[in-house]
Design a protein around this ligand. Structure first.
Ligand code: CP3
Length: 361
C-alpha cells in the first residue's frame, strides 16, 4: 500500500493516522504552515542536564541502560518541545555484539581496538539477533515511546554500512581512510563481505527498532561523501538499497543522511529512501528538482550559525524555512549535529523564528 499522503489525494483515513504527529505528516509529503523541527545530536553536551548525567555515568553506560537512555532522549523534548525525539545511542553500539572492542575516550572520539582488515577477521564477525544481543536498546525504545507526548515521533537510527566499515577498518576516526580504501581497491571480496554483514545487521536492527515502537528511522552515512558518484554507485548504493528494500514493508519514513553529499543526489535518489537529510551546502532547489515530489527533504541550517548573534540566527533560519517549506514534505533540521558549544538561548531563538517568525503562512 502506498502511504504518501500527497500521492493518494489525502484520503481521510490516511490523513487521520498521521494527523497527530507533524513529523510524520511532513515526512509523508504534507506541507505544514510551521514545519516540524528536531536537531541531529539534540541530546548531548550543549545541555547542562545531559552533562550532569554524564558526570556520573560514562557514555556507553548511558546508551546501554534503558532508564538513562530514556531520560537523556527526553531532555531536549522537555526543554524545547521538538517534534521528534531520537533514541539516545550511537551508530557504533551494534558493532559491540558483532565483536568490536569499542571505547569512547574523552577528547578522542570512538576507538575500536580490534580493527577488521582481513578476510579472516571479517569471517569471524558475529551475526547478531537484535532481540538477544541488543535488548537494552529495544527496551529503551519501548520506554521512551511510552513516555513521549502522543504528537512527538520517535526516531530509531543506525549507521550505514560504509560509515560503519570506515570506523571499524580504521579502528576509530576514519580520516584519511587509508586502510579502508586499501580494502576497497586491494581486496574487494573482503570489503564486500564486510559490507554485506553490516547491511544485514542494520536491516535487522532497524526492523527490530520499528517493531519496538520507533515511528520512523534515519540511516547515517556520514562518510559516504568522500566517494565520487561512480564509486558510490559501485561500492555503496547496492548495500544501502538493500537496507531500504528490506524495511519498505514497514511503511515508516526512512531518512538517509550523507555529510557532503551534494554531488551524490542522483545516486541518493536511487537508494529508496523516503526523506533526504541535506547538509548546509546543498541548496533545496537543486535537491527538490533532483528528488521530485515523492521524496521529502530535511535540513539544513549550518550548525555554526547557532554560535552567532540573534539577528544572524533569525535571518538564516528564516531563509532556510522559506526555501525548504516552499513545497510539501519539509522537516527543519541542522545540516549536521548541533555543536557542544551551542548556547541554549540560540536554540530558543531558532525555534521562535521557525514557530512565530515573520513569513509564517
Ligand atoms: O542525535 C542524537 O541526539 C542521538 C544520539 C546520537 C549520538 N551519535 C550520540 C553521541 C546519534 C544519532 C549519533 C550518530 C553518530 N555517531 C554518527 C552519525 C551522525 C554524525 O554525527 O555524523 C557518527 C559518525 C557517530 C560516531 C561518534 N559518536 C563520534 C565520531 C563521536 C565523537 C565525536 C563527538 O561528537 O564527540 C561520538 C560520540 C557521541 N555520540 C556523543 C554523543 C552525544 C558524545 C559523547 C559524550 O557525551 O562524550
Amino acid at each position: 500500500m502506498e502511504i504518501r499522503t500527497r500521492d493518494i489525494a489525502t484520503t481521510d483515513r490516511i490523513e487521520s493516522s498521521f494527523s497527530d504527529m507533524p513529523y510524520l505528516r511532513a515526512a509523508n509529503g504534507e506541507r505544514l504552515a510551521v514545519p516540524p523541527v528536531w536537531l541531529m545530536r539534540q541530546a548531548g553536551r550543549y545541555l547542562p542536564e545531559y552533562n550532569e548525567i554524564r558526570r556520573r555515568h560514562d557514555f556507553l553506560a548511558v546508551c546501554n541502560t534503558p532508564e538513562l537512555a530514556c531520560e537523556v532522549t527526553l531532555q531536549p523534548i522537555r526543554r524545547f518541545g521538538f517534534d521528534a525525539a531520537i533514541l539516545f545511542s550511537d551508530i557504533l553500539v551494534p558493532l559491540v555484539p558483532m565483536g568490536a572492542n569499542l571505547r569512547f575516550d574523552k577528547g578522542h572520539g570512538p576507538q575500536i581496538d580490534n580493527p577488521v582488515r582481513t578476510a579472516a577477521e571479517v569471517d569471524k564477525l558475529r551475526r547478531i539477533q537484535p532481540r538477544e544481543d541488543l535488548p537494552q536498546v529495544l527496551e529503551a525504545i519501548r520506554l521512551i515511546r511510552s513516555k513521549l507526548p502522543a504528537q512527538t515521533a520517535l526516531l530509531g537510527f543506525a549507521g550505514a554500512p560504509f560509515t560503519l566499515a570506515a570506523y571499524w577498518v580504521e579502528g576509530g576516526k576514519p580520516q584519511p581512510f587509508a586502510n579502508l580504501m586499501r580494502l576497497v581497491y586491494g581486496d574487494r571480496p573482503t570489503f564486500k563481505s564486510l559490507m554485506k554483514k553490516l547491511a544485514d545487521m542494520v536491516a535487522n536492527y532497524l526492523t527490530a527498532m520499528i517493531e519496538s515502537g520507533a515511528n520512523a528511522i534515519q540511516l547515517f552515512d556520514t562518510w559516504a561523501g568522500v566517494l565520487s558518484e561512480s564509486q558510490f554507485r559501485e561500492i555503496n548504493l547496492p548495500f544501502v538499497r538493500e537496507i531500504f528494500d528490506r524495511l519498505s514493508s514497514k511503511q515508516v519514513p526512512m531518512t538517509y543522511f550523507v555529510h557532503g553529499g551534494m554531488h551524490l543526489l542522483a545516486a541518493i535518489k536511487e537508494t529508496g529512501c523516503s526523506v533526504v537529510s541535506l547538509d548546509w551546502r546543498t541548496p533545496f532547489d537543486e535537491a527538490r528538482s533532483m528528488m521530485g515530489p515523492s521524496i521529502s527533504l530535511q535540513g539544513n541550517l549550518d550548525p555554526t550559525v547557532l554560535l552567532g548573534g540573534e539577528e544572524m540566527i533569525r535571518g538564516e533560519v528564516r531563509r532556510v524555512v522559506d526555501e525548504g517549506n516552499q513545497r510539501g514534505g519539509y522537516i527543519f533540521n541542522l545540516g549536521h549535529g548541533i555543536l557542544p558549544t551551542t548556547p541554549i538561548d540560540s536554540v530558543h531563538v531558532m525555534l521562535d523564528e521557525i514557530r512565530n517568525g515573520r513569513s509564517q503562512k
